[in-house]
Structures are given as structure tokens and as C-alpha cells.
Design a protein around this ligand. Sequence first.
Ligand SMILES: [Zn+2]
Length: 146
Amino acid sequence: MSALRMTGAVYKSIRAHGEETYPHECCGALLGCYEAGEWAVKDAVRAGNTRTDSAHNRYHIAPVELVKIEREARSRGLDIAGFYHSHPDHPAQWSETDFAEAHWIGCAYVITEVAQGRAAVTNSFLLAGTTEEDKRFEKQTIEING
Ligand SMILES: [Zn+2]
């Protein structure tokens, strides 16, 4: 199983974001470096949830916002390592929608279950494969360091 490394500050920040937006979903991007075949996440960038029609069960980062996040990452010598969002009162497992909307192959998709307003389980899934046709989610461990 692959691992997603992140600092304790990032881990806390993405879980806190889910608690703040409860009962709605939160979402954001993970910035990091690719080291020895694995992502080391250095920072998490919060994004506005643009899915105002049903913000409790879907998430989306506006393309314009994503371009801004990517540009900022590059200027700091980082890349987009993945994305995170919360599942209010739902398990930290990816949904069909999550899978359909995941296009960044090689990146990590982190999901936090927020139960009754409290962050519970946080899981990470690597989007493996080479194309849209053979992409798949593979569960990975989250290693907190620093
Ligand atoms: Zn989801």
C-alpha cells in the first residue's frame, strides 16, 4: 500500500475545515512535493464550495480558483498533490460522483467523515492508472510527520 505523507498541521487543518463547514462539505487542494515515489504534503489550501445547489453531498473547485491555486503552488516550488473534501455524516469512502469527478491521475484524494459536526475517520485514496478508462482509486495510508 502506498502512503501519503503530511505534516500534523495539514492533517489538523483539513479536519478542522470539515468541522467548520458542517453540515456542508468542505473542499480544498493539497500542495506538496513528490519524493521517492510518494507525495509529501506541505500545505492545504481551502477552496470555496461552488456547488451551492447541494453543498451537503457534492463538491467542486471552480476552474479559475484551481488555476490560481496551481500558480501559487508553483511559485512556492510545490505541486498539487491532491484534493480533500468532507463527508458530513457519511463514511470516509469515495462515492461514484467522487470517482467520476477525479481526473488527476497520480494524485491523492483525501476524505474526512464529519459525524455530528466532529471530524472522525480520514482516508486517502490514490487515483491510480494511466487514463480516464483504466483509472481506479487505491486506498493508501496517511503518515503524519512533523
Ligand atoms: Zn465525496
